[in-house]
Design a protein around this ligand. Structure first.
Ligand SMILES: [Zn+2]
Length: 214
């Protein structure tokens, strides 16, 4: 039987509200169909308290009860249900990037590009004004190197691979999983949301160029 847990702490509720809005928006924009994707945000860094969507939910209809609060070992401290297996990827990003929010999307464009560039191990984007929407980027000449990892259903093993790679890549703003989707992050929910929007714009652009010739 599942361990009995309590409802979310009061301080977690405003964060859950922001992530519920993200779910509605991302579903409407085609970045979170089915039950795909998951979202997390840090309520406290030390000791870590991370709010994360529970597994297998329609992101257009997230309720406060659909969030869990977990610790740095993915143990559920509050909320009902279980976190997605991908929780270990969220924790890897929070640890290595000191991210306050981690967002994961499955769009048609990011899936197509992640598949195409899985062999190369990275997708490099340069020359676009929209790159300046990524935190710390000041020119369109910036080269954004997005690592592409092979997808794996063994998420703890994948997360450990991702964590080691991110430690060596201080400048990246996100990564792709082959045939799967995008992970990006930010200091807070607003910055992470902006990064999803910038990346999805750039992926859509490249997808049209590379697949449709437009
Ligand atoms: Zn996923």
């Amino acid at each position: 039987m599942a361990k009995k847990t309590t409802g979310l702490p009061a301080e977690a509720r405003p964060i859950a509200k922001l992530l519920r809005q993200i779910g509605r928006e991302f579903h409407a924009r085609g970045w979170a169909f089915g039950t795909s994707g998951n979202y997390s945000a840090v309520r406290r860094f030390d000791p870590l308290r991370l709010l994360i969507t529970a597994s297998g939910l329609d992101k257009s209809e997230l309720k406060e009860t659909h969030f869990l609060e977990i610790d740095g070992q993915a143990r559920v401290l509050a909320g009902e249900g279980r976190p997605s297996a991908e929780v270990f990827l969220h924790l890897a990003v929070v640890r290595t990037k000191k991210a306050g929010c981690v967002l994961h999307t499955h769009s048609v464009s990011n899936t197509l590009l992640s598949e195409r560039y899985a062999g190369a191990g990275q997708l490099v984007i340069s020359g676009y004004e929209m790159l300046k929407g990524l935190e710390g980027v000041a020119t369109h000449e910036h080269r954004e190197c997005i690592p592409v990892f092979a997808n794996d259903q063994d998420i703890p093993a994948l997360a450990s691979k991702v964590e080691s790679a991110l430690l060596l890549l201080p400048a990246v703003h996100g990564f792709l999983l082959g045939g799967h989707g995008l992970y990006t992050w930010g200091e807070n929910v607003a910055q992470a949301r902006r990064h999803v929007e910038i990346f999805e714009f750039l992926f859509e652009l490249l997808r049209r160029k590379e697949f449709n010739g437009a």
